[in-house]
Design a protein around this ligand. Structure first.
Ligand code: FES
Length: 164
C-alpha cells in the first residue's frame, strides 16, 4: 500500500512538472511576443552616431545645378556655384518625404501639394518654413553630412552655402 501511494505521488509530481514546464514555456513565448510587438511599434528615440553621419561622395563628383537624393538618409545634396547645400527631404508641414522635380526645378511634397524652390524655400502650399538643412562639412575632399540635428531656418541665405 505504501509503495502504490509513493508511485502515485511520483506520477502526479511528474505530471505537474510537465504542466508547469508547458505553462512556463507559454509565458516566455507570450512575453516575447508582447515585448517584441511593443519594441517594433515604439519609435526609436536615438540612433547610433554612425547612422546619422554619412559620406555623400567626393566634391568633384557633383556638377553645378545637380540635386542628388540619398534615399536611406532622406537627404538631398545640391551643388551650387561655389558650394553645397544639404536639405532634409522631410517636409516641414507634416513630415512627408518630398521629391525633386528635375524638369520644374522644384521640390514637391506629395501629401498636400507643397512646392519648394531649388534653395528649399516654400513657393506653394501649407509648410510653415523652408526645408531644413543638415550640417555639411568637406573632409579630405569628401562631403560629410550630419543628419543628427536639422537646421530650422526662416528663409534661404547665401551664408548657408558650404563652400567647396
Ligand atoms: S506634409 Fe508636405 S505639404 Fe503637408
Amino acid at each position: 500500500m505504501d509503495l502504490k501511494t509513493t508511485n502515485m505521488n511520483k506520477t502526479i509530481s511528474r505530471r505537474r512538472l510537465i504542466v508547469c514546464a508547458w505553462i512556463g514555456a507559454a509565458v516566455v513565448v507570450i512575453g516575447e511576443l508582447i515585448v517584441g510587438s511593443f519594441a517594433f511599434l515604439w519609435p526609436r528615440k536615438t540612433q547610433g552616431k554612425g547612422e546619422k553621419i554619412f559620406v555623400a561622395g567626393k566634391v568633384r563628383d557633383f556638377k553645378v545645378g545637380e540635386v542628388i537624393y540619398f534615399r536611406k538618409e532622406k537627404t538631398f545634396i545640391k551643388k551650387l556655384e561655389g558650394g553645397f547645400l544639404a536639405f532634409s527631404a522631410v517636409c516641414p508641414h507634416l513630415n512627408c518625404v518630398v521629391t525633386w522635380n528635375e524638369m520644374l526645378k522644384k521640390f514637391e511634397c506629395p501629401c498636400h501639394g507643397a512646392k519648394f524652390d531649388p534653395n528649399g524655400e516654400v513657393i506653394e502650399g501649407p509648410p510653415p518654413r523652408p526645408l531644413d538643412l543638415y550640417k555639411l562639412q568637406i573632409v579630405d575632399e569628401k562631403l560629410v553630412v550630419d543628419t543628427a540635428s536639422p537646421m530650422v531656418r526662416k528663409n534661404f541665405d547665401p551664408s548657408q552655402i558650404v563652400k567647396g
